[in-house]
Design a protein around this ligand. Sequence first.
Ligand code: DGL
Length: 251
Amino acid sequence: MNIGIFDSGIGGMSVLHQALATLPHENYIFYADTDHVPYGTKTKDQVISYVDEMIQFMLSHNCKAVVIACNTATSAAASIMRQKYTIPIIGIEPAVKPAVFCMDHPRVLVMATPMTIHAEKFHKLMDRYADDATIIPLPCPGLMDFVERGDLDGEDLHKYLNELLYSYRDHKVDAAVLGCTHYPFAREQIQSVLGEEVRIFDGGEGTAREMRRRLAESGLLRDEQRKGTICFENSQTDGKKIELCKMLLDL
Ligand code: DGL
């Protein structure tokens, strides 16, 4: 059986990367819903229906668990999907906790899509750590588009980040959370604008650990010593994004 991992686009590859490091013997299906990307500027109802379609696809392709490798889709739809389906559904959320405890009362910048930042789930997360850190939420509309285009070291991305992060440049924050699975692909560029001393966190590793925990708890870990397989799917049929996915994983 497979583990289904999906995102609105290729950002979820940052989660697949961590999953392969943590659970290399599993078989994976990675689905990028390029037809509907970006999710972060759609309505909540639209995102719920895309996520539902993705989960049904995974169920019809022999999946034993589904990972929503998208912070936006997790905040909009994970709890609703868990009520509807019985297989384990693992989500991702901005890695606020490790950032908050990386030092005494840090200033933590949380970068994410507008939908993630405005969701009730994120407000609850901020409230939980309000006494431990100064948390600064920053919606980043458009940032994921650079990653989706594979445009990672151009002048345009540099200009975009300089404008977006203008008030936080040169170590004005202690830590930054990459709260969208696309952003780890622009990590170096974000780091260079914020300053080298700023600690950067993303939720990929924590999500892979949670996958292992949930699968173990349900007795679903694959008992096999050989490496598993990866199958790439895309809602666009021209194959271009699948090539980009393979390139990002060095396949
Ligand atoms: N990768 C998705 C996330 O983690 C969002 C990108 C989008 O807006 O579709 O939030």
